[in-house]
Ligand binder design. Structure first.
Ligand SMILES: [Zn+2]
Ligand SMILES: [Zn+2]
Length: 337
């Protein structure tokens, strides 16, 4: 295949995607002078950069998670504001993935590239919805880039959790959720479904929940499991997936173990975590949404950053587009853990 026509102004390097005329990297995997960060998950927002450009929410997440490692100079850019960096124009647009998440739109020489970071297309009460931007080059994730991945409607999955709670009022409902993004979305979805009682948290979820509330996302009454004076029978407890099977959960009343993730479509994954109630709730696009989004951008060339690159690149070829797997190191699935 001849080299891509975008190669001169955007290309993968060992440190991540680099834009030479702008002098910056997007979601670099190693410390760099100038980084644009799509969102605060740890595989995208790495410590040790000199200057970081991101939405103000993402910068706040980075300060919470990384402290001094969050970068020396922070510059925030609001959604839709255009900034000229070197010879390129940069705009951030909502990615609908977690609070603050953005697609990076780069314009150079009459061409437009969109680097989507992680994204989803469904409504999420904790962040603005994904905004479709037409472009010449679309750079996408492929976390769920296999036809088997189809996410259920969120309301159905929340309904299954509440039904189980009503059926087994003597059992604690312990739900594994990724601590940044998924946790707060699950809480917001429960509130939306009318669940007003306190929701109990593992200590690892508290920082991100406090930050979401500070940034204007109401989550309702939350309490820490470590401060519970009563048995948590009939209550909902949220914890990191890694805590589902450890000794921490032994104090809970005969727990029903649940896990909210796109991976719960795969029975083996549910079994691996001892999950009785798998909830297919994801912050990434599923296969049909991935294909529809690629088509809707109108892009003739698609680069795939991480996930199931091979299957997706094959599909892109079938769609008459040029596809390329970037195989960027360091970007991995944070949805599971
Ligand atoms: Zn992410
Ligand atoms: Zn990611």
């Amino acid at each position: 295949m001849p080299p891509s026509r975008f190669e001169t102004w955007l290309h993968p390097t060992p440190s991540g995607l680099f834009c030479p005329p702008g002098g910056f990297y997007v979601d670099p995997g190693r410390p760099v002078d100038r980084a644009i960060v799509t969102h605060g998950h740890s595989d995208h927002a790495r410590p040790g950069h000199d200057a970081v450009l991101a939405t103000s929410e993402t910068l706040a997440v980075m300060r919470m998670r990384l402290g001094d490692g969050a970068g020396h100079a922070h510059q925030s850019l609001g959604y839709g504001e255009k900034l000229t960096i070197g010879d390129v124009d940069v705009t951030l647009r909502p990615a609908g993935h977690i609070l603050g998440s953005a697609q990076v739109v780069i314009e150079y020489g009459g061409q437009r590239a969109v680097i989507s970071g992680d994204y989803k297309r469904r409504a999420d009460p904790t962040c603005p919805p994904f905004e479709l931007v037409t472009c010449d080059l679309f750079v996408t994730e492929a976390t769920f880039g296999l036809p088997v991945f189809r996410h259920e409607p969120d309301a159905r999955e929340i309904g299954r959790l509440l039904h189980s709670l009503a059926t087994f009022p003597e059992r604690t409902h312990l739900v594994g959720v990724y601590s940044l993004g998924k946790c707060q979305r699950l809480i917001a979805l429960l509130r939306h479904a009318g669940f007003g009682r306190p929701i109990w948290l593992h200590g690892a979820m508290k920082g991100a929940c406090d930050l979401y509330e500070e940034l204007g996302i109401p989550l309702g009454p939350l309490d820490l499991v470590s401060e519970a004076k009563q048995s948590l029978a009939g209550e909902i407890v949220l914890c990191p997936p890694s805590a589902l099977k450890d000794r921490w959960s032994r104090r809970l009343a005969d727990p029903v173990t649940a896990f909210a993730s796109g991976w719960m479509r795969v029975r083996g994954r549910a079994r691996q975590y001892g999950v009785e109630l798998p909830l297919v709730i994801s912050d990434h696009v599923d296969w049909p949404e991935l294909i529809a989004t690629i088509e809707a951008t109108g892009a003739g060339e698609i680069w795939v950053t991480h996930g199931r690159e091979e299957a997706l690149v094959h599909q892109i070829g079938l769609m008459g587009k040029r596809g390329r797997a970037l195989a960027l190191v360091g970007l991995e699935e944070e949805d599971l853990e």
